[in-house]
Design a protein around this ligand. Structure first.
Ligand code: AMP
Ligand code: ZN
Length: 136
């Protein structure tokens, strides 16, 4: 398969590995937002968060949690972002699910997304549709 993260998993392209076990891998992002920017992936190829088997996703989140704390401690970050993009429209460039752990600093100059104005009617409408769509 022509997936760059699968190639990292099988060792055919190099990576700066930080953690590896039988199911997961954490490695440095080649274009870090800040130093210490880490990616955590399952070794099994799944494209987006909705494609990952729930049990695997649960275990993946535990690795993300531990890795985030390691990033925070080692970089002395003031905070961190966990970012996970799904599909191209949301900025997903590599179609193999990955969580970004991005150390953040009070003075790093990065901004969050701008907000949009949504009317009360639109808010009510989308709220109802979401309630109806969510079956847990
Ligand atoms: P996304 O836009 O969420 O799909 O993020 C993909 C991330 O993978 C980007 O931040 C890239 O810098 C990173 N990336 C792409 N190729 C590599 C690679 N060979 N090693 C490490 N990180 C990579
Ligand atoms: Zn893959």
């Amino acid at each position: 398969m022509d997936c760059i993260f699968c190639k990292i998993v099988n060792g055919s392209i190099p990576s700066q590995k930080v953690y590896e076990d039988s199911e997961f891998l954490a490695f440095l992002d080649i274009h870090p937002v800040n130093k210490g920017h880490l990616l955590v992936i399952p070794k099994e190829h799944h494209e987006t968060i909705v494609d990952v088997p729930p049990e695997l996703l649960s275990r993946l989140m535990l690795v993300v949690q531990q890795a985030a704390e390691a990033v925070r401690q080692v970089t002395h970050a003031d905070g961190f972002n966990i970012v996970q993009n799904n599909y191209r429209a949301a900025g997903q460039e590599v179609p193999h699910i990955h969580f970004h752990i991005i150390p953040r600093f009070s003075d790093d100059g990065l901004r969050h997304w701008p907000s949009k104005s949504v009317s009360d009617e639109e808010m009510s409408s989308i709220r109802q549709k979401l309630k109806d769509a969510l079956h847990i």
